[in-house]
Design a protein around this ligand. Structure first.
Ligand code: UT7
Length: 309
């Protein structure tokens, strides 16, 4: 779905979308594709490249705000479709921070010895919660999935530090007002867009820049390294201007920052794992590199992870 396609739907322009966000295209899943279908493709690829077998996975964590059903979790559906006989599976509802929170959960379980091999997937069908009459939001998002397998190591590689924070007082800046138990959609409900994503973009932007920059600085410090040692920054792909602000704050040049927002838009929990996979495929990640990941999303919630590849 290109910016030109959106020009036919809402009062917008390719020029506005490109200069304000960096987005040129985004991918939309077909109507009969559920979020678990997107996740399964990513999970299969992740397990294949890990060299492990399905039976080896003891925990599956799925970051999503667009599960197939309200009950059960998307993770349980993915577990069944993937056939992971020895795993427990659950979702993490942390919007765009879902993958970072998933990594943190995975690393903690591995460190305590409770689980050995953890599959973390971020998957979203954001088209299911987009208001296609609201130009403030509909041009921003896309569908997608990305996954990673984490396993214990004693060679100094892995997740070195994570930093997670949230503040529910800002919940109404980025939310779906209606359709939950606080405001159910019952008989006589008038559909006015409140059952879809509603965002105060300018306010979210300001908080995102501050908290993503602070989180990035913090996780680098906690890992005991200097920002010059960072091999690659993989930020959540919400807005190119936010990404540039993070690079500036860390005094890291943009060629050490992975950007693919132009192709996918904002895919929420899927954004970082898709970028991580593309960066690896493009040879931009080598053994021993320090990788900084940082995200921000509805909650409001934000966080970062520093990984040694
Ligand atoms: O992933 C979760 C976290 N999300 C984010 O981090 C998103 C953060 N926010 C943003 O990325 C930016 O705020 C947006 C890209 C959403 C908006 O950019 P902005 O520079 O903050 O624009 P704005 O909301 O202040 O709106 C400026 C103008 C408004 O017009 P008026 O009121 O000045 O006449 C909007 O109506 O731009 C208008 N506008 C548009 N114009 C053309 C808003 N959306 C569009 C559009 N096409 N699609």
């Amino acid at each position: 779905m290109t910016n030109a396609d959106f020009e036919k739907i809402v009062e917008t322009s390719d020029e506005w979308i490109r200069t304000r966000t960096g987005i040129k295209e985004r991918r939309f899943a077909e109507d009969d594709v559920a979020v678990s279908d997107l996740a399964v493709e990513a999970c299969k690829n992740a397990i294949k490249s890990s060299g492990l077998k399905n039976e080896d996975i003891d925990l599956l964590v799925c970051g999503t705000v667009t599960p197939d059903y309200r009950l059960p979790s998307a993770a349980c559906i993915i577990q069944e479709k993937m056939d992971l006989p020895n795993a427990v599976a659950f979702d993490i509802v942390s919007a765009c921070t879902g993958f970072i929170n998933g990594l943190s959960v995975a690393a903690s379980f591995i460190e305590t010895g409770q689980y050995k091999n953890v599959l973390v997937v971020g998957a979203e069908k954001l088209t299911s919660i987009m208001n296609f009459t609201d130009r403030n939001t509909c041009v921003l998002f896309g569908d997608g999935a990305g996954a990673a397998v984490l396993t214990g190591s004693d060679d100094g590689s892995g997740i070195l530090s994570t930093f997670l924070r949230s503040n529910g007082k800002y919940r109404e800046l980025l939310w779906i007002p209606d359709g939950g138990t606080a405001k159910p959609i019952d008989e006589g409900y008038t559909f006015d867009g409140s059952d879809k994503v509603v965002m105060n973009g300018a306010d979210v932007f300001k908080i995102a820049v501050k908290q993503m920059c602070d989180s990035a600085v913090r996780v680098v410090k906690d890992a005991g390294i200097d920002s010059e040692q960072i091999g690659l920054i993989i930020p959540h792909q919400a807005n190119i201007r936010i990404i540039e602000a993070i690079a500036k704050r860390l005094k890291v040049s943009m060629d050490k920052v992975f950007v693919n927002i132009e192709k996918y838009g904002n895919t929420s929990a899927a954004s970082i794992p898709i970028a991580l996979d593309e960066a690896y495929e493009q040879g931009r990640i080598k053994d021993g590199d320090y990788i900084l990941m940082v995200a921000f999303g509805g909650g409001l919630i934000w966080g970062s992870a520093l990984m040694r590849w």
